[in-house]
Write a protein that binds this ligand. Structure first.
Ligand SMILES: Cc1cc2nc3c(=O)[nH]c(=O)nc-3n(C[C@H](O)[C@H](O)[C@H](O)COP(=O)(O)OP(=O)(O)OC[C@H]3O[C@@H](n4cnc5c(N)ncnc54)[C@H](O)[C@@H]3O)c2cc1C
Length: 384
């Protein structure tokens, strides 16, 4: 067992950290932290991410991707500001899904600009009536001559309002045995009639979460992805990788909160000494650090298991639920170490708490993750 990063991993982590400080932080700083970034700024960031392999880390170099192991991807991912981390995950796992389900012609048509960061994409699965249970998906597609016609409504599409390509999960036509399967259809909003609106949220506000309404939305028949079979299976494969990554986005925030709390405790004087010298403050700092370290370890553990090809449904679920919960508590505690300054907006901790509060929701809520882990432990599914 090896807990230290290899020389190569330390370099990968450091170069991602430097990329954020050099190329991304200035973009964030010149924009309102509570407003979704304009599309030109997003494209500028994606142009920086592409050469690092972050637009398609899970695909091999031969396939056009970054060819990163999940652990190495996680090391880089943890360095990204969390709203951008969620955007990157929306983009790159949509690419993985398109790649897995498309013909060589479709790949050639849709993927090169997405790999290069010249276009941005996202996946539309959730709906007003279908969240935790994707079997509730009601958006329908039908084939009419050379076209696909889509009707329905999608919610919470990461990158939705800046996406050039959206992979929309739809209920397909009924087969000869009366069965329907989930199909993915590529929608290019600039080429068709789809109404997209941003949804205002508690946190991750420089990012983009959108809803989309499809009313007889027509796209070319060639936009139907059929080569990979049932889209539901591919959703599960990508979710297992996504969950520890979302956990690491929470770790990013909690690590920052720990650094801020340690610094503040060292300079804030009460009862004639820095508050860091009071035993109960030290306990709070120790609790924050424990949350950061254990969360990071369980997320890396889940990613490493995926790299070894292990079935990791339970472990990935555990990693996300544990890390998002522990890190949210850690940020709250860091606010407490700051006393009144912890709740002052200028300190930035309340924004970090709001950002972290978003993370237990995407790629399965805590209850669903608990049930996934419970199913792995018992062999019994308790969802319905
Ligand atoms: C930042 C962010 C990014 C997202 N990105 C995307 C995206 O790119 N594409 C996309 O399609 N969606 C996306 N989503 C949507 C997300 O996947 C859903 O919000 C999530 O799956 C939960 O669905 P819901 O909101 O409908 O909640 P519901 O499923 O309605 O759940 C409501 C509550 O009921 C609980 N619950 C549900 N079923 C059970 C059960 N069996 N047992 C116990 N409790 C249960 C849940 O845990 C939750 O607390 C994103 C969400 C966020 C916050």
């Amino acid at each position: 067992m090896e807990f230290a990063l290899s020389e190569e991993q330390a370099l990968i982590q450091d170069s991602a950290r430097r990329m954020v400080e050099r190329d991304i932080r200035p973009v964030l700083d010149r924009n309102d932290p509570d407003v979704s970034l304009p599309k030109e700024e997003m494209l500028g960031i994606y142009k920086v991410l592409a050469p690092q392999g972050l637009t398609a880390p899970r695909l091999s170099a031969e396939e056009g991707g970054g060819g990163l192991s999940m652990v190495n991807y996680g090391l880089m991912y943890e360095q990204l500001p969390p709203w951008l981390a969620i955007s990157v995950m929306g983009h790159e796992c949509t690419i993985s899904r398109i790649h897995a389900e498309s013909t060589p012609e479709q790949r050639q048509r849709f993927l090169p600009d997405l790999f290069a960061g010249k276009k941005i994409c996202g996946s539309a699965t959730s709906e007003p009536g279908a969240g935790s249970d994707p079997r509730g998906i009601a958006t329908r597609m039908r084939i009419e001559g050379d076209e696909i016609v889509i009707n329905g409504r999608k919610m919470w599409i990461t990158n939705g309002s800046v996406a050039d390509v959206i992979a929309v999960a739809c209920v397909g036509e009924t087969d000869a045995k009366g069965r329907t399967t989930l199909k993915r259809v590529i929608v290019e909003p600039a080429e068709t009639d789809v109404e997209i609106r941003e949804i205002e949220t508690t946190g991750l506000r420089q990012g983009h979460l959108a809803e989309a309404v499809f009313e007889d939305c027509r796209v070319p028949r060639g936009n139907l992805l059929e080569a990979g079979g049932d889209a539901a299976r591919m959703l599960t494969v990508t979710w297992n990788g996504n969950r520890p990554l979302v956990g690491l986005a929470a770790v990013h925030l909690a690590q920052k909160a720990l650094d801020m709390a340690c610094e503040y405790a060292g300079i804030r004087v009460q009862f004639d000494k820095p508050i860091a010298g009071h035993q109960l403050v030290q306990k709070n700092l120790a609790d924050i650090e424990t949350a950061v370290v254990t969360s990071r370890l369980v997320c890396y553990h889940a990613l490493e298991a995926l790299d070894r090809g292990q079935r990791s449904n339970g472990l990935s679920a555990m990693a996300k639920r544990y890390a998002t919960t522990a890190c949210e508590q850690a940020i709250n505690l860091a606010m407490h170490v700051h006393g009144g300054m912890g709740i002052a907006c200028e300190t930035g901790l309340e924004r970090m708490l709001r950002d972290c509060r978003m993370l237990p929701v995407p790629d399965a809520t805590n209850e669903i993750l608990t049930l996934i882990q419970g199913r792995e432990l018992t062999g019994i599914a308790a969802f319905r």
